[in-house]
Design a protein around this ligand. Structure first.
Ligand code: SF4
Length: 302
C-alpha cells in the first residue's frame, strides 16, 4: 500500500505510547525467513534506496525525540547506516533514551566505540544456541551464522561499554524445543523478549508457514526459561495477538505504520503531515501496549 492509498483510521486523537521504533534502513545483510520487517513493498513502491537521505532522517529523529521518551533504531540492519551515530546523538540531544536493534554481525569494538554515549540499550537478535539452526532460519551472512562464542564476546563488549543489553528471540518450530538457559546466563541480558513467529502480509508471506510454532509450544518455551528471572533476566513473551497494533512504528520512508489487520498500514510521511496528523492515520492500542509490558524503566531521560 502506498501513502496515497492510505485511509485515515482514526478521526480523533489516540494516545501515543512513550516509545517508538524507527525502522530507518531497509537493507540487511541477513536473510531471516520469518523477517517481519523486510519492507520490500516500501522499496518497490516509494523508496528505491530503502532509506531516507541523512538530513531528512535527522529532522525526523528530532521530531520523534521531542515527543517520545525512547527511540529504538531498527531496520533492516541499522548498523549498515553510516549516519546511525548522528541519528542517535540527535535523539540523545533532545533527551530521549536510545536503543539499537541489531543482528550483531557488525557490532565490533570500533562500532561500539562510536555509539558509546549516544546509545543506551543494545538489543541483539538471537534465536538459537545452534549456528546450524540459525543458518536454517536464514539468520546468517552469506549462509554463515555467528557462533555462540561470538555472541558471548559481543555481550561482554556491550556490558563493558556501559550499555544495557536486551535479547530478542523469535520462536519457531526450529528452535521451540531448545533449552537456552545456560546460554542466556552467559550473555546476561536485562530483558529477553520472546516473540512467537508472526505472519505479516506483504512482509514474510509464503515464508513462515513451514516454521509456524503452536501456542502450546511457545508457552512451553517461555515456561522452560522462566527460572532465568531468578538471575535478574526479565522475560517478555509476546504471542501473536500481543504484537498486533501495540507498537508505534515508523518505516524507512518516514511514515507511521501498524500491523493491526495482518499487513502494514502506512500513514502519510510524518515530515509532510506532522506527527499528530500521521499518527491519526494508523491504529494503536494502548491497552495492548500495557499488556505486552511496554511500560518499563527505560533508564529515564538524560
Ligand atoms: S536480521 Fe533482522 S532485519 Fe535482517 S533479515 Fe533478520 S530479522 Fe530481518
Amino acid at each position: 500500500m502506498d501513502s496515497l492509498s492510505c485511509t485515515p483510521f482514526a478521526a480523533v486523537a489516540q494516545a501515543m505510547p512513550p516509545s517508538v521504533n524507527f525502522h530507518l534502513w531497509e537493507p540487511c545483510n541477513m536473510r531471516c525467513r520469518f523477517c517481519f520487517a523486510t519492507f520490500e513493498d516500501v522499496r518497490r513502491d516509494v523508496l528505491p534506496k530503502g532509506h531516507l537521505p541523512k538530513e531528512a532522517a535527522l529532522r525526523l529523529v528530532e521530531l520523534l525525540s521531542r515527543r517520545f521518551q525512547k527511540i529504538t533504531f531498527a531496520g533492516g540492519e541499522p548498523l549498515l547506516c553510516p549516519w546511525l551515530p548522528d541519528l542517535a546523538a540527535a535523539a540523545k540531544a533532545n533527551g530521549a533514551t536510545t536503543m539499537l536493534v541489531t543482528n550483531g554481525s557488525r557490532l565490533n569494538a570500533d562500532v561500539l566505540a562510536r555509539l558509546r554515549g549516544v546509545v543506551d540499550w543494545v538489543t541483539v537478535s538471537i534465536d538459537s544456541v545452534s549456528p546450524r539452526t540459525h543458518e536454517a532460519l536464514g539468520r546468517a551472512v552469506h549462509g554463515k551464522a555467528l557462533e555462540p562464542q561470538d555472541y558471548q564476546a559481543l555481550a561482554e563488549r556491550v556490558h563493558a561499554a556501559g550499555m544495557r543489553l536486551k535479547v530478542n528471540t523469535v520462536v519457531t518450530n526450529l528452535n521451540a524445543g531448545e533449552d537456552q538457559k545456560a546460554f542466556m546466563r552467559s550473555l546476561r541480558p536485562e530483558r529477553w523478549k520472546l516473540l512467537r513467529v508472526l505472519s505479516v502480509d506483504g512482509q514474510n508471506t509464503g515464508k513462515v508457514e513451514s516454521m509456524r510454532c503452536t501456542s502450546q509450544d511457545f508457552e512451553a518455551f517461555v515456561a522452560r526459561h522462566r527460572i532465568l528471572e531468578e538471575d535478574g533476566i526479565v522475560l517478555v513473551p509476546e504471542d501473536n495477538e500481543d504484537m498486533r497494533g501495540s507498537y508505534a512504528m515508523v518505516d524507512p520512508a518516514g511514515r507511521f505504520f501498524d500491523n493491526a489487520d495482518g499487513g502494514h498500514r502506512y500513514s502519510e510521511p510524518i515530515l509532510q503531515t506532522g506527527l499528530d496528523g500521521a499518527w491519526s492515520q494508523v491504529h494503536f492500542s494502548l491497552e495492548r501496549f500495557i499488556q505486552r509490558n511496554g511500560f518499563y524503566d527505560f533508564g529515564g531521560r538524560s
